[in-house]
Ligand binder design. Sequence first.
Ligand code: ZN
Length: 404
Amino acid sequence: MRKGPWRFLLLALMAVSGMSCQKLGLRDMDRVRNYICLSGPPTMRVSVLRNVSSVTVYIDGPFKIVDPATQRMVRDGRYFPPTAITVDHGAFKIGSVPAACGALRIISADPRGVTLRDVSYRTEHVKEITYRGEIELQRTGGKMDVLNIVDVETYLAGVLGSEVPLYWPDSALRAQAIVSRTYALFQKKMNQTRDYDVVATIGDQKYLGAKAEDAKSRRIVGETRGIVLFYKNHLFPTYFHSTCGGHTEEVSYLLDSRSIEPLKGVPCPYCRESKYFKKWTETFTEKEIRDKLRRQRYKVGTIISIRPYEFGPGGRARMLEIVSNTGTVKMRAYAFRLALGSTRLRNTNFTVRKIGNAFEFKGNGYGHGIGMCQFGAMGQAKQGRSAIDIVEYYYPGVEVAKIY
Ligand SMILES: [Zn+2]
């Protein structure tokens, strides 16, 4: 009986502070520190395309195009038909009309956003991709960079649908939303002097714009609105990956980063459902490896042996020794993986065997192995663990805080 009024007061306080207590569970909201320091979601500058000379833009509704430096109106109208915006002799052209400014901000009054057509997105060619918020074209010499300027919560709804399947249990998706928000805001803080905060690919977080969102991704992001992870009162890079294969890795074994408690690696028996959990095998010919390494300017001759050494707590090699007929090269295993292609050489947790004039790599897991294991988060969610349980498991020593 005595608990009644207190419980009511707590619920009332949470309602006032905007916390979605029913969604996260009362037990969990006790574990979220109320640290409101921002009035609303910060804006992200997402690098969508770099160094292109033309982009076709289309808006199915009222729009305006302004010069962001002066706010001068360059063009407006009720509909923007598919039009190529190009950089020609160092100046913008909208269709055939020159626009003398260093950048163009394209603003749609239609909430569906701005569509880009025929985009070469990494190795794929995308026929059409739509972004919420605004598109900014920045002239860089004879070419341009394309940015999506969007508030972080809207960005996250697209990230969530691009990074993980939206049929996964809610608490795995909430964990991903908290981790992705922290990662994005950390990058924003670190890249203030750069002209963008994050790239739209797995280099940071995969972001396929509006088509990756749905009602569920927006709901999940809303339920975790403003919630981030702090370590010693600071945001930190909450790396994550697909499947650790049994143990996540200490950050310093892969990157030249300082080792911190939340990124030291933890055992993870939860990602067995991933098709990448079991052993994978990938074979490269000696010539293929030599060519790929030479393209990255490593001086190797005919390769005789490849030996991984200096293993992290998660079993991934920090270093590789490559013996060739012209000498021995020592390199970071991480750099070797990137040189060979990170989708074929799925991580640095492998053994190598020479078979004839080829090398066979066997390993398990997929991704760099640092921070949260996404399939592990899904496995834990299926066992009834909450989003807060999951993030506290993969990043030990963190504080979960709501900052707006
Ligand atoms: Zn795992």
